[in-house]
Design a protein around this ligand. Structure first.
Ligand SMILES: Nc1ncnc2c1ncn2[C@@H]1O[C@H](COP(=O)(O)OP(=O)(O)O)[C@@H](O)[C@H]1O
Ligand SMILES: [Mg+2]
Length: 230
């Protein structure tokens, strides 16, 4: 349903992604791993249209979206949870959530679904986003993306800097989204056990290219961690 085909992305003169191809099927969870600086975030930004591809194409459900704005891509059903979460600290939890809706008001079902997924958030709708813990902010960022009912969710290191108990909650929620909504998920993740537990397919990147890929059965922790150690 999402196909990234041989994209090149550069910042000025420095080429970050080179003829990189990644694909995600309907209802599939695909994980992308790799050391810091290999271009994982750049890949998600290129899918979202936040940085341009100088070569290659991005297609959603067979439609070429390479030249569309980020806004148009969001409207077609790509949800994005950026690295670092980007919660608005002075807005309330409820206001942060509503900002994710593609329409002035989200559907009641979408809002109820998100609040049922994250009961903790439901209890703090009036709290300021900036007063939440890192894990709660991550849950809010995921909820904000889900409220637009995306076909595919892009998640950039959702477990980064989060306490283990919340990591388990986030893992359970992603499993639930996969099973109940049959949503596609493209997950950038450094926490390998978590990535292996949830992925159908995985990619390991090195310096802007795919160094290793396979289905979950081929995901061997020692082999993948070999690519990540410095
Ligand atoms: N806005 C930018 N301008 C210039 N270089 C950037 C910019 N964003 C990222 N980079 C560089 O691109 C490379 C890949 O970054 P990034 O995609 O964030 O990697 P990752 O997410 O895998 O850690 C890094 O060398 C980083 O310093
Ligand atoms: Mg990154």
């Amino acid at each position: 349903m999402l196909a990234v085909e041989e994209i090149d992305v550069a910042y000025g003169e420095s080429r970050i992604l080179t003829r990189l191809s990644v694909s995600v099927g309907t209802g599939q969870v695909v994980c992308v791993m790799g050391r810091n600086g290999v271009g994982k975030t750049t890949l998600l930004k290129a899918i979202m249209g936040l940085v341009p591809a100088r070569h290659g194409a991005v297609a959603l459900d067979g439609r070429d979206i390479t030249r569309l704005t980020p806004y148009a891509r969001a409207r077609l059903g790509i949800g994005y949870v950026p690295q670092g979460r980007d919660i608005f600290p002075s807005l309330s939890v409820g206001e942060n959530l509503l900002l994710g809706a593609r329409t002035p008001r989200p559907s009641r079902e979408a809002l109820d679904y998100v609040l049922a997924l994250f009961p903790g958030l439901a209890r703090m709708l009036a709290k300021r986003g900036g007063d939440l813990s890192g894990g709660q902010q991550q849950q809010l960022a995921i909820g904000r993306a889900l409220i637009a009912n995306p076909k595919i969710l892009l998640l950039d290191e959702p477990t980064e800097g989060i306490q283990p108990s919340i990591v388990q909650e986030i893992a359970a929620v992603l499993q639930q989204i996969k099973q109940e909504l049959r949503r596609s998920i493209l997950l950038v993740e450094q926490y390998l056990e978590f990535a292996r537990s949830i992925c159908d397919h995985f990619y390991v990147m090195e310096k802007g290219v795919v160094a290793l890929e396979g289905d979950r059965a081929a995901f061997h922790l020692d082999e993948v961690s070999g690519f990540l150690s410095v």
